[in-house]
Design a protein around this ligand. Structure first.
Ligand code: NAP
Length: 283
C-alpha cells in the first residue's frame, strides 16, 4: 500500500519539505508520497481528521497552523505542549500525536554540523517570533547556561523569556544593543536577510563586539549565504546557516513517522539542488 504524508500550511507552494522528504523516502525504499496540503484555516479540522486514515503516516505543520492544530490532536509529545506549537503529526492507528521538532532540529544541527553542544554555553537569540520560540525551549532543555533574547519589539522578547524560563534565570530578555562578547553563540532568528523578506540585504546586529570564538548562526536558509553569514566570514568568525536546522527538523519528523534513520546527506543534496534551481530561475 502506498502511504501518504504531507505538509499542512497556507501557503505551502514554496516549502522545501516535499523535495527532501520525497528524496528520503525514495532513498530508503519506502513507498510514501509526500504532498503539499495547502489548507486555509476553515478547512483545518477536515484536513486533520483525514490524517487518521490507515494509509497516512502523518504530516508536517507550518505557518499559520502550528498552534491551531493542537485541539484537533489526541496527545502531545516532547515539549510541544509547553511550547504551544506542533510542527509534526504522527498517525498511530487512528490516534494523532503532535510533536515539535523545530527546536530539537536546531540543536541537532548545531551538534552535528557545527560541532557545538549548547550545554553550558551562553546563547543570544536575535528575534522572538515562532522560530525563536522553538529554539529557546530547545536550548533550555539542552542545558544552555544562558539564553538571552533580543527583539525589535522588546515586549515580545520579555514574554518569550517568561514562557520558557519559568523563573529559572537562565532565559532572559536583553536589549538589541547588548555586547556580543558575552556569548558563545549568536543566532539570527529574525526574517532579516531572507530573500523576499522585509530586509533582504540587512543584518540583525553589528558583529563588532563578537569575540573570535563566537559561533554565528543564521536560521534563514534562502539565500544559503545570507548577509549576516557573509559579515561573519569577513570577520573570520565561525558560522552555520539555516539549511541544517530545516533538514534536521525534517529528519526527526521522518524518524517519528517511519522508525527508520533519516538519510541526512540525501536530504541535504535534494534541498540544495532545489534551492540552486530556484535561485537560478530568479536570475
Ligand atoms: P515570525 O514569527 O514572523 O517572527 C519574525 C521575527 O523577525 C520577529 O522577531 C520580528 O520582530 C523580526 N523582524 C522581522 N522583520 C524585522 C525587521 N525589519 N527588523 C527587525 N526585526 C524584524 O517568523 P519566524 O517563523 O520566527 O521566522 C523567522 C525567520 O526564520 C524566517 O526568515 C524564516 O524563514 C526562518 N526560519 C527558518 C527555519 C529553519 O528551519 N531554518 C525554521 C523557521 C523559520 P518583531 O517581533 O519586532 O516583529
Amino acid at each position: 500500500m502506498t502511504r501518504q504524508a504531507g505538509i499542512i500550511g497556507h501557503p505551502v507552494a514554496h516549502s522545501l519539505s516535499p523535495v527532501f522528504q520525497s528524496a528520503a523516502f525514495a532513498h530508503c525504499g519506502l513507498d510514501v508520497v509526500y504532498e503539499r496540503w495547502d489548507t486555509p484555516g476553515g478547512r483545518l479540522p477536515e484536513r486533520i481528521a483525514s490524517l487518521r486514515e490507515p494509509d497516512v503516516l502523518g504530516a508536517n505543520v507550518t505557518i499559520p497552523h502550528k498552534e491551531a492544530v493542537i485541539p484537533l490532536l489526541d496527545e502531545l509529545g516532547g515539549q510541544s505542549a509547553r511550547m504551544g506549537a506542533v510542527n509534526t503529526i504522527v498517525n498511530r492507528e487512528g490516534r494523532l500525536f503532535g510533536f515539535n521538532t523545530d527546536g530539537p532540529g536546531f540543536v541537532a544541527a548545531l551538534k552535528a554540523e557545527a560541532v557545538f553542544d549548547p550545554a553550558g554555553k551562553r546563547v543570544l537569540l536575535l528575534g522572538a517570533g515562532g522560530a525563536a520560540r522553538g529554539i529557546a525551549f530547545a536550548l533550555a532543555e539542552a542545558n544552555a547556561a544562558a539564553v538571552a533574547i533580543a527583539n525589535r519589539t522588546p515586549e515580545r522578547a520579555v514574554r518569550l523569556a517568561e514562557a520558557v524560563g519559568s523563573g529559572s534565570g537562565i532565559v532572559r530578555a536583553v536589549p538589541l544593543d547588548v555586547a556580543l562578547g558575552e556569548y558563545d553563540c549568536v543566532v539570527n532568528c529574525t526574517s532579516i536577510g531572507m530573500r523576499g523578506g522585509p530586509a533582504p540585504s540587512g543584518i540583525p546586529a553589528a558583529l563588532d563586539s563578537a569575540r573570535s570564538g563566537t559561533l554565528i548562526v543564521d536560521i534563514v536558509y534562502a539565500p544559503e549565504l545570507t548577509p549576516f553569514l557573509a559579515e561573519a566570514a569577513r570577520r573570520g568568525l565561525r558560522s552555520i546557516g539555516g539549511l541544517p536546522m530545516l533538514i534536521y527538523q525534517g529528519a526527526l519528523a521522518f524518524e517519528l513517522w517511519t522508525g527508520v534513520r533519516a538519510p541526512i546527506d540525501v536530504m541535504f543534496a535534494a534541498a540544495r539542488n532545489e534551492l540552486a534551481s530556484r535561485a537560478g530561475a530568479q536570475r
